[in-house]
Design a binder for this molecule. Structure first.
Ligand SMILES: NC(=O)c1ccc[n+]([C@@H]2O[C@H](COP(=O)([O-])OP(=O)(O)OC[C@H]3O[C@@H](n4cnc5c(N)ncnc54)[C@H](OP(=O)(O)O)[C@@H]3O)[C@@H](O)[C@H]2O)c1
Length: 374
């Protein structure tokens, strides 16, 4: 049985879970995972996979492998659903697709919102709703019994601080990208202080979709430790996160890997090795904007990256140059530029605003450390 961590509302949550973004044959993967012992399943409106997950859960309950109460299902509110009147209906929609009466946790996926006719939109004009208003509607989800707990994702310290001041129901979790190359040390400390559990997404540095050269599977230090502890690289990384008090949610669709990723409770990384892994931190992130900003060698690369990886986000969505106007509470976008900017202007991208748009924790707190190369 997987160990659990205690949440600030008294609930127990599995200490590791299953990621489901971009998974193939998901229904089968979920069924195998439940059989192997996974109890936490992470999904989101945005992943468009709730139906398959719901069917797999239904099958595993029907065949007696688990009861509903053994499982911990995590759902997320998408950025187009932040208006308070949309929150409860959004959750009801998720539940209908999952064929469940409640979710164990409902998270605000990102701390910014946008308007769009397309609910699944990846970008759009800023929606003038603050996440503190959205949070009130999230609290209603708990009161209605449709969500057993509520939390956030991709929130930085100042956003959490603001939320905590406004919240009647405290967030139980902050789900953020976290792995040895982005160890989120300060954010984890902050969350511990406020009894918020950090859940690590892309805990294996998402080898399928990061575009750095580095990779935890080829990392010499992690490989050396894997040999020392007689484990594989993924297990070292997951164990490292667990020892930090973080709950990782690795995604795999391969039974052997699913098994490996769960088998991380029978060894312990010693203090010296934990320190060595800590030193691997480079603040590299796989997900979203600051990643582009940090890694683009020049404006051309940035433009190319946008075209390839973020087709939903046009150049007009970027905010250029002047950093003078105050950013709004939930997002960043000022008036879009009327014309496609030239490369030169692209270099002048207002980093702070692009960063804030991403809602990314590290980057928002270290805007000066993140700049485009000349
Ligand atoms: N809140 C958010 O904004 C947010 C953002 C991103 C992700 N997430 C959640 O976090 C979950 C996990 O993150 P992720 O999917 O980005 O990345 P990840 O779990 O770090 O990496 C997944 C990749 O690692 C491979 N892998 C898994 N276990 C392995 C092992 N033992 N050995 C070798 N390779 C292995 C998988 O390949 P195979 O599948 O082929 O095994 C897949 O390509 C997502 O699925 C999603 O549920 C949340």
């Amino acid at each position: 049985m997987v160990s659990t961590v205690k949440l600030n509302n008294g609930m127990e949550m599995p200490a590791i879970g299953l990621g489901t973004f971009w998974g193939k044959d998901l229904k089968m993967v979920i069924k195998i995972s439940i059989r192997l012992g996974y109890r936490l399943i992470d999904t989101a409106f945005y992943y468009k996979n709730e139906k398959e997950i719901g069917e797999a859960i239904k099958d595993k309950i029907a065949d007696g492998t688990v009861k509903r109460e053994d499982l911990f299902v995590v759902e997320k509110l998408w950025n187009t659903q932040h208006r308070p009147e949309r929150v409860l209906p959004a959750l009801e929609g998720c539940l209908a697709r999952l064929q469940l009466d409640y979710v164990d946790m409902f998270l605000i996926h990102w701390p910014f919102a946008y308007q769009s006719d397309n609910e699944y939109a990846e970008t759009g004009r800023e929606e003038t709703v603050s996440f503190t208003e959205t949070w009130k509607a999230m609290e209603e989800c708990v009161r209605s019994g449709l969500a057993k707990s509520i939390g956030v994702s991709n929130f930085n310290k100042s956003q959490l601080d603001r939320l905590l001041k406004a919240a009647k129901v405290k967030p139980v979790v902050n789900q953020v990208e976290c792995h040895p190359y982005l160890n989120q040390k300060e954010l984890i400390e902050f969350c511990k202080k406020h009894k918020i559990v950090v859940m690590a997404y892309s805990p294996l540095f998402a080898p399928n979709r990061n575009f750095f050269n580095s990779n935890i599977f080829q990392d010499e230090i992690i490989t050396r430790m894997a040999n020392k502890y007689d484990k594989c690289n993924a297990q070292i990384v997951l164990r490292y996160l667990i020892q930090l008090g973080v709950v990782p949610i690795p995604k795999s669709e391969k039974p052997l890997r699913l098994k490996q990723n769960l088998n991380v409770f029978d060894f312990e990384i010693d203090v010296d090795d934990m320190r060595i892994i800590e030193k691997l931190n480079q603040n590299k992130r796989c997900v979203n904007w600051p990643h582009v900003v940090q890694t683009s060698k020049n404006a051309t690369n940035l433009k190319r990256h946008l075209e390839r990886h973020h087709p939903g986000i046009t150049n007009n969505d970027l905010v250029y140059d002047s950093d003078s106007s105050e950013e709004s509470e939930c997002s960043t976008q000022s008036q879009p530029q009327p014309q496609m900017p030239e490369e030169k202007k692209l270099k002048q991208l207002s980093l702070r605003k692009a960063i804030k748009r991403s809602g990314c924790a590290y980057a928002s707190e270290n805007p000066k450390k993140i700049r485009l190369d000349k």
